[in-house]
Design a protein around this ligand. Structure first.
Ligand SMILES: [Zn+2]
Length: 146
């Protein structure tokens, strides 16, 4: 058995690629053989695949997709930018980026300092959208003070 797995926080393949049914319930009770869907801890389901190897391959590609999305977002998210929360429950809420890390950004929402995955900084219904970009050097007041 080859172990070419790399760990990505929050994205583990359940039961090493054991097959699951449409509802995400593990099939056959034991082992990893058989036809079904692989399921990631993030909730993503693979198409119906016929072996654990295929499901593990699917999961490697899934993680690569998540990573490249983070990289793309990381190139976009900059200290000092103002983003608006797209979540309907948070209308009008804006945040200012204070720190950009490898996979997460820290921000200040006017009350609290919080962190979010870089992948959330894209225009989806639950993500953030950019409302004010920075030009040149980051704004001084946006620097995180501990
Ligand atoms: Zn995942």
């Amino acid at each position: 058995m080859t172990k070419a797995t790399t760990v990505l926080t929050g994205h583990g393949l359940w039961y090493e690629g054991a097959p699951h049914d449409e509802n995400g319930v593990r099939m056959y009770g034991r082992g990893t053989t058989g036809t079904g869907r692989g399921i990631c801890r993030c909730g993503e389901k693979s198409p119906i695949l016929h072996s654990a190897g295929q499901r593990q391959q699917w999961h490697r590609e899934h993680k690569a997709t998540i990573r490249s999305a983070a990289t793309t977002a990381g190139a976009t998210v900059k200290v000092g930018q103002v983003w608006a929360d797209n979540d309907k429950r948070s209308v009008g809420r804006t945040i200012t980026i204070t720190t950009v890390g490898e996979s997460r950004a820290e921000f200040f929402d006017g009350i609290h300092h919080r962190r979010a995955l870089l992948t959330r900084f894209r225009p989806t219904s639950t993500g953030y959208r950019l409302v004010k970009d920075v030009l040149g050097t980051p704004q001084h007041e946006a620097t995180l003070q501990d």
